[in-house]
Design a protein around this ligand. Structure first.
Ligand SMILES: Nc1ncnc2c1ncn2[C@@H]1O[C@H](COP(=O)(O)OP(=O)(O)OP(=O)(O)O)[C@@H](O)[C@H]1O
Ligand SMILES: [Mg+2]
Length: 254
């Protein structure tokens, strides 16, 4: 069974002048196939930094700790190798690529992950079926990648990639603030289709709203660059009612 293991991860980001600032201060997390984990925490607590570090973004320096997928050292892998190994990372602010269509992008991504190019006709069918399931307008396939995408379109595209790539572990950095209720439902249904299956999901958010539709198995509270509390879905309820205040204090004093 696929397992992503993050152990005592410390990550710094350089500001270019007076050295590096430590953002992640010892993160421990294990995500297994079929599990949904939610990471919740206030703005600036380091949630996206965790996603970027696992994705291999060059700005984020791993100063200590480890990340493994099925025992393989993820930190030694190139960004492409991470995708081939079965990691999927959806970023809060995806890059716009004018001139590359969604369908071309998806076919290249599928080719990279599967190790061979799918036949064009078969791929087109597969893509259309997945788009239909997600209520995505067929014309969307010809749009330029991420260019002018609305919040809802970005998220639908994210789930479309999940459907086609079938990763072992997906890290989704959600701007669920930008989603209307319909988009939220489509995205949630997409995520729910993976739960109990072969994919482990790490859902990053600071609102509990999406958790009305997605039932996480585990909720982790992130503050001050580390996980300061963990529990089941009831923890999300508590956060909704009481906010992060007590955890922020714990994060600072830890
Ligand atoms: N590339 C960078 N350069 C400088 N500082 C950075 C960089 N990336 C992150 N930081 C800093 O690291 C801290 C954590 O940021 P991060 O984006 O991980 O927070 P977050 O928990 O995702 O917040 P939000 O809920 O607003 O998305 C912030 O103080 C941020 O300014
Ligand atoms: Mg963020």
């Amino acid at each position: 069974m696929a397992t992503l293991e993050i152990r005592d991860l410390h990550v710094s980001v350089g500001d270019g002048s007076d050295g590096a600032k430590e953002i992640l201060r010892g993160v421990d997390l294990t995500v297994k196939a079929g599990e949904i984990h939610a990471i919740m925490g206030p703005n600036g607590s380091g949630k996206s930094t965790l996603a970027y570090a696992v994705a291999g973004h060059p700005k984020y320096e791993i100063t200590s700790g480890s990340v493994t997928l099925d025992g393989e050292d993820v930190l030694e892998m190139s960004v492409d190798e991470r995708a081939r190994a079965g990691l999927f990372l959806a970023m809060q602010y995806p890059v716009e690529v004018p001139g590359v269509s969604v369908s071309n992008f998806l076919r290249s991504a599928v080719t990279a992950v599967r190790g061979e190019a799918p036949k064009l006709r078969e791929f087109t069918k597969e893509m259309k079926r997945a788009m239909d399931d997600l209520s995505i307008d067929p014309a969307f396939a010809q749009r330029s990648l991420n260019e002018g995408f609305s919040g809802g379109e970005k998220k639908r595209h994210e789930i479309l990639q999940l459907e086609l790539l079938r990763p072992k572990v997906a890290v989704l950095d959600e701007t669920d603030s930008g989603l209307d209720v319909d988009a939220l439902k489509v995205v949630s249904e997409g995520i729910n289709r993976f739960s109990g299956g072969e994919t482990g999901v790490l859902l990053i958010t600071h609102y509990t709203r999406i958790l009305r539709y997605v039932q996480p198995d585990f909720v982790h509270v992130f503050a001050g660059g580390r996980i300061v509390a963990a529990g089941g879905p009831e923890l999300a309820e508590e956060l909704e009612n009481e906010g992060y205040e007590k955890y922020v204090k714990a994060g600072v004093s830890a």
